[in-house]
Design a protein around this ligand. Structure first.
Ligand code: SF4
Length: 387
């Protein structure tokens, strides 16, 4: 199991992030509410029976809470250490985890959520799964975005190597952080991705840890092209095989997800990196209580677990964040303390808890010098017109 030594989205007392590694079913990660088991189903999709089994497993082995991550994985929370092996066996038997721990660790893939059976994204993701052993050893957190729809949809989703669409129906294999990558055809895209991975290792990329931090130039002998401009989430979801069902903060109760499966008639669920699922074949009226619009401000606000879940917090965070979200212009981060676990970067408006009240700063990280101090939740609701 992974040794916990740093803090994640929900904070050091809600989850512990391990430097240089990602939790998997083989290597759970310790968190304040138990062990955390990350599930990355093949193609980011669970058939209805697999999803129901996962809900049952989350309730039986964990505390019944799931997190949908910004890399479109599901985390089962609150697992007792003694239950981790049984949970892993169950996930492997259900086709939701790999029987080989090395494969499990390397298969860090996210697909554009609107892939269709047999299209380039579907086919290339299968091919990469099959050929993952041909890649050189890469740092533990390296991930892949298979984003070969009509235009990129995953530009804002963390990934190190990307396959995207370019002009003239060409594909491109692009290292994260570069405006251009290597041209490819559908038949050669995985070969080109392997070339890129070898270039990364050969030029010392393992020391950088992540592709976006690696500054070596791409081989001058190889042609380079740029991807097409990205699609919006709404455009991408229009082509998806079912309605979108979003949840604030990506937090899902397993019982609620089981209820969605029963009521909506969904035949499968697809995981998106956008704090929501796609319920294949579902009727929209079976998704009552879920957020259907990916642009809904409640899906874009960041807030850590806050009080009472985190002992370092003196304020409740998430309920206030949801009240304020529709009324605050730009990005909003509500943090239980100056640590800022939910959003390491700056937000347009940041509220940091301190001694039972909030400090307000603009274009800042949590804990930054505030423009106003000591505000109560009622003051903030009134200030932003949400009272
Ligand atoms: S209260 Fe502080 S330490 Fe706790 S989760 Fe929030 S930001 Fe992290």
């Amino acid at each position: 199991m992974l040794k916990a030594d740093a803090s994640p989205q929900d904070g050091p007392h809600a989850t512990h992030i391990v430097r240089g590694a990602c939790p998997t079913t083989w290597h759970p990660m310790e968190a304040g509410d138990g062990w955390l088991v990350r599930v990355r189903p093949p193609q980011g999709r669970l058939r209805a029976a697999q999803a129901a089994a996962l809900c049952e497993a989350a309730q039986r082995f964990g505390n019944g809470l799931l997190d949908l991550t910004n890399r479109a994985a599901l985390q089962i929370r609150g697992v007792a250490e003694a239950n981790c092996p049984a949970l892993r066996d169950r996930l492997i038997a259900d086709g939701l985890a790999e029987a080989d721990p090395d494969r499990e660790a390397r298969l860090n893939l996210v697909l554009t959520p609107d892939w269709h059976s047999g299209d380039d994204s579907d086919r290339l993701a299968h091919e990469l799964r099959r050929r993952i052993g041909e890649l050189p050893p890469l740092p533990a957190k390296i991930g892949f975005a298979i984003d070969a729809g009509p235009a990129p949809a995953l530009t804002d989703c963390p990934a190190d190597f990307r396959i995207e669409r370019s002009e003239g129906d060409m594909l491109i294999a692009r290292p994260d952080g570069r405006s251009q990558g290597l041209p490819a055809r559908p038949e050669t895209a995985i070969d080109t991705l392997i070339v890129l991975a070898r270039w990364f290792v050969k030029t010392g990329g393992r020391d950088a840890g992540r592709v976006g931090r690696h500054t070596a130039s791409l081989p001058a002998t190889l042609a380079r092209i740029a991807p097409l401009p990205p699609r919006s989430r709404a455009e991408t979801l229009r082509d998806a095989p079912g309605p979108f069902a979003g949840v604030p903060f990506g937090r899902i109760e397993a019982g609620a997800l089981a209820g969605l499966l029963e009521r909506s008639g969904a035949t499968a669920l697809r995981l998106t990196p956008w704090r929501g699922l796609i319920a294949e074949g579902a009727t929209a009226d079976g998704l009552a209580g879920w957020i259907g619009d990916p642009a809904d401000p409640r899906l874009h606000v960041d807030a850590c677990a806050g009080a009472p879940a985190c002992p370092q917090a003196s304020v409740e965070t998430r309920a206030l964040a949801l009240r304020l979200a529709p009324h605050v212009e730009g990005s909003l981060h509500v943090s239980g303390c100056g640590k800022g676990c939910a959003r390491p970067g700056p937000a347009d408006t940041v509220l940091t808890g301190r001694e039972g009240h909030f400090d307000l700063a603009r274009t800042a990280r949590a804990g930054a010098p505030p423009e106003r101090r000591g505000l109560a939740p009622a003051d903030l609701l009134s200030l932003f017109g949400a009272a």
